[in-house]
Design a protein around this ligand. Sequence first.
Ligand SMILES: Cc1cc2nc3c(=O)[nH]c(=O)nc-3n(C[C@H](O)[C@H](O)[C@H](O)COP(=O)(O)OP(=O)(O)OC[C@H]3O[C@@H](n4cnc5c(N)ncnc54)[C@H](O)[C@@H]3O)c2cc1C
Length: 362
Amino acid sequence: MLTPRIVIVGGGLAGLYAAYLLEQRGVTDYVLLEARERFGGRIVSTPGGHDLGATWFWPALQTQLSQLIDELGLQRFEQYASGDMLIERSRQAAPERMASYFSAPPSMRLAGGMTALTDALQAHIPPEQRITNQYVRRVQRMDAHSEIEADDGQGKPVRHHASHVLLALPPRLAAAIAYTPALPVSLTDTWSGTPTWMAPHAKYVAVYAHAFWRSQGLSGHARSAGGPLAEIHDASGEHGSPALFGFLGVPAMNRQNVEQQVLLAHCRAQLVRLFGPEAGSPVAEYLKDWAADSSTATPADGHGRGEHAEAPAAQTDEGRWKGNITGIASEWSAQFPGYLAGAIDAARRGVDILFQTGKITS
Ligand SMILES: Cc1cc2nc3c(=O)[nH]c(=O)nc-3n(C[C@H](O)[C@H](O)[C@H](O)COP(=O)(O)OP(=O)(O)OC[C@H]3O[C@@H](n4cnc5c(N)ncnc54)[C@H](O)[C@@H]3O)c2cc1C
């Protein structure tokens, strides 16, 4: 097998899955470069397995992702939604109780949190082929290969060579890399204009000793106009680790001026308003603001609403980059843009292209 070197930029779900597919097809001449100190990107769980990033998947619609989860031997369970939900129309009005609705098809979660998926993929990729603290800044096309320059986290440049580059980072971040020669402006403009799904959001998780809301006949699901949390759900594990989580309704631009301790106190106070005094004593609390994380969000995401965008072109037909670079992060999926299933779809397409175009031949 002839295996020219492939560089995968970004070690979120798309990058890890692309590396997993290459391994499965016997291709070992690749390297995965990740800017952060950890893999997973928009997937991160607390030590107790509560998700601070992606949580749900829908197997009936997302068959490729569902099959991968089975292939990796991971356990799934349905989002807890038994009991009533609460509606808080304002901070002054008492929350109203009404029957919870169940998502159809059901929203599923992974035992141990969504990091069970990225951990399982990592286990199939040799450690020397997945490198953290590699912030890719420049990509230059030479005669027969590309040179990828990454910052090693201590300001030292590291260079890698590749015949093909798979961009497994959101299009907006991919557009911020310096390309020589430049990519067509029409392409980088569309990439810059593609919002990164969920990048404007922040999640709060409160872990408790008991799921006290369940014994009150409540599902843990709430909608609130009073805030700061706009949408709340039960985040407990299938067999323990009771927890509630909520999406902050305060826009990213306003959150950045508020100290974390203040935001945490407001979130806790809201859970007390909704679920009673026991909510005021979590055993652990977490707040992850994705809009403040430059490995996910750009300043443009701070102004956005986090909508699903139409997938931009993943390749260019013009100039020296033609056939040498492909976008494979979730936003490049036409079927599930921005979703976990989109990362799987776009990565598989990107790897398939390498075989179809003879970049990798067997
Ligand atoms: C709060 C939140 C909730 C979500 N909920 C759901 C959900 O319930 N269901 C669902 O389907 N989806 C959900 N999503 C979306 C889901 O997380 C993403 O679709 C998926 O994780 C995207 O994976 P990816 O690999 O394409 O991109 P990412 O996860 O963004 O990975 C990109 C990687 O590239 C790295 N990187 C960035 N810049 C560089 C650089 N210059 N050099 C090297 N590496 C770089 C990043 O550090 C990151 O690891 C949610 C996202 C968030 C933030």
